[in-house]
Design a protein around this ligand. Sequence first.
Ligand SMILES: NC(=O)c1ccc[n+]([C@@H]2O[C@H](COP(=O)([O-])OP(=O)(O)OC[C@H]3O[C@@H](n4cnc5c(N)ncnc54)[C@H](OP(=O)(O)O)[C@@H]3O)[C@@H](O)[C@H]2O)c1
Length: 297
Amino acid sequence: MDCKHMVLITGSSTGFGRLIAETLARHGHTVFATMRDPEGRNAINSTEIRALAKRESLPLHVLDLDVTDDASVDRAVRSTVEQAGRIDVAINNAGYGLVGLAEALTVEQAQRIMNTNFFGSVRVNRAVLPFMRRQRNGLLMHISSGAGRVIIPSFGFYCASKFALEALAETYYYELAPQGIESVIVEPGAYQTPVFGNIVIAADEARTDTYGAANQIGPKVGAALTAAAGNPQELADAVLQILETPVGHKKLRYRVSAADLGVDEINALSEAVQSRLLEAFGLTADTAFVQTSTAGA
Ligand SMILES: NC(=O)c1ccc[n+]([C@@H]2O[C@H](COP(=O)([O-])OP(=O)(O)OC[C@H]3O[C@@H](n4cnc5c(N)ncnc54)[C@H](OP(=O)(O)O)[C@@H]3O)[C@@H](O)[C@H]2O)c1
């Protein structure tokens, strides 16, 4: 891969996505900052990003992409390749939180969060991979969460969506390495973005009547998370560093957080267990995965 990359990011209207887009563009990477409905619900955000690009002469472009819509994803990926000639990096960032006792969340709410936080990445990865395969290089990045490795009561379905995302990303890591395509997972702790204001609340309140004190779990966890939230530029800087790490030297997982919730421990144990598992299935000998894993360990 060249040292300057062609990057597509989902969910770039606000928060991490927007900061990542601006940070990468300021470091010379060409960025397609995608968001849903840039001329409507995100008109102010898209105008601000375009104005910044003009003011600072940045290689930063806005594109329409709703991760829940197959056609929208395909259109944005095709447009990126038409404009940039290739696509080196896809950053799966779009996502939102869902809070409430598990029983009080409706099936529709559960399906909806999976459709964005998990199937969104399925769609984007499937759309970009044929182009990356042709180039014989590429990077799939997945913005997961510490909640993709530990369970937070009252955030159960959010955790489920991020656990699913991690399984997808780790599978791609093993399967794509021999073709020169990398997959990495970024696990942020709590950071001050609009994410907390955008959290969806459990819809079936009647189900919570018998739960007594357990009803306080959500507000308690929410208060602890917002109180601990750090500066999101840290996450954008970490993403820049990961993206600029040479091929073959990236880790599978990057925990980015000041808080120690044991996520690093789980990641270390998981890496050891997975190595044993792959060996047991005879999957380690002479594969590119072995080289990638050793270099990044
Ligand atoms: N901030 C944290 O503490 C934290 C910690 C761990 C993980 N994360 C993860 O980081 C990612 C970014 O969150 P954030 O903190 O930056 O919050 P945010 O400011 O609320 O950003 C979320 C982004 O996702 C977009 N999005 C939602 N549904 C979408 C869809 N269907 N199609 C395209 N875009 C969609 C939103 O776009 P709209 O403007 O159109 O709604 C917004 O741009 C999320 O995956 C989140 O789970 C955040």
